[in-house]
Design a protein around this ligand. Structure first.
Ligand SMILES: [Zn+2]
Length: 293
């Protein structure tokens, strides 16, 4: 598969913020401040990241570059090798645990078998990590890195208060975000992260997938999880024990969110899997008798 990088924007978005789009795979974001250039995410390969850096060159001037990894999912950080020697990479401390887990290398081996463009990928970790939150003071713009776990344990969103822009990465997603596991703790964390992003009262909420920018997407994601919880609460014991509940009428993805007719099949399948995990975590919460908040 060959993917090219383009620079994009959304109507009304401050021109210091640029969407760095790698086809349908992922969107990174570039932010130009008085003191630094900041790149949030390095895309899925060093080649894609390098072509993003080449495209951005005209916009970068002489300011130093700071790179942020939103989380250690392959499509967001496998481009890190293109940054080595050029900038420091910042991530949440939990990113290191994920990077050092044997599954990180296994994902790379599996994907390299599927697609030759991943064969030269080398796992490069962050240089600077933090726990809780951290701010990058650019002078005219501040980038607040907010730990927003739930999609993954290491996930961070970026809030730029001066322009009321939230880079929500994978915590918010059209049509639905995906919880880390079927464990109800992860579900509660994702819901709390969505609430936290909702309460920022942003003018733009920009996820890394799905090409949306309206803050209304956060409310839709919250309603989806609330809808799942109330549907599950009304199920019988027999239904709760159904191993393929997410395929049963009333519990399918399209019973909770509209899926457009023109969404490609592989994407529908992907979001059906996300939905099955989300439903699994909701079932666990129901069995334990715990609530979303
Ligand atoms: Zn992603």
């Amino acid at each position: 598969m060959s993917i090219s990088v383009e620079l994009c924007t959304y109507p009304g978005l401050d021109d210091r913020i640029v969407i760095v789009r790698a086809g349908d795979e992922v969107d990174g974001v570039f932010v130009r401040t008085e003191r630094f250039n900041v790149l949030i995410d390095t895309l899925g390969t060093p080649e894609l990241c390098q072509s993003a850096l080449d495209l951005l060159e005209k916009k970068t001037g002489k300011r130093p570059l700071v790179v942020v990894n939103s989380h250690m999912d392959w499509d967001h950080f496998w481009g890190n090798a293109a940054i080595a020697g050029k900038a420091s990479i910042v991530a949440h401390a939990a990113a290191l645990e994920r990077l050092h887990d044997p599954s990180a290398l296994q994902v790379l081996r599996d994907k390299a078998k599927e697609d030759a463009r991943f064969q030269n990928v080398e796992l490069v970790g962050p240089d600077i990590t933090f726990a809780g939150s951290m701010s990058i003071h650019g002078g005219d713009l501040t980038l607040e890195l907010i730990h927003t776990p739930g999609h993954t344990p290491d996930h961070i969103a970026v809030w730029i208060p001066e322009v009321r822009v939230c880079l929500a990465v994978d915590a918010v997603e059209y049509p639905i975000p995906e919880v880390w596991s079927r464990n109800s703790d992860d579900l509660r964390m994702l819901y709390a992260s969505l609430r936290r992003i909702h309460d920022l009262n942003a003018e733009f909420v920009i996820p890394a997938h799905g090409r949306t920018f309206s803050p209304s997407m956060v409310g839709k994601n919250l309603s989806y999880f609330e809808g799942l919880a109330s549907r599950v609460a009304a199920l019988s014991e027999t239904q709760l024990a159904d191993p393929v509940l997410s395929e049963k009428s009333g519990c399918r993805l399209q019973d909770f969110v509209p899926i457009p007719d023109d969404m490609p099949d592989h994407l529908v399948k992907f979001y059906e899997q996300c939905h099955a995990t989300n439903l699994g975590a909701t079932l666990q919460a129901q069995v334990e008798g715990t609530k979303l908040e």
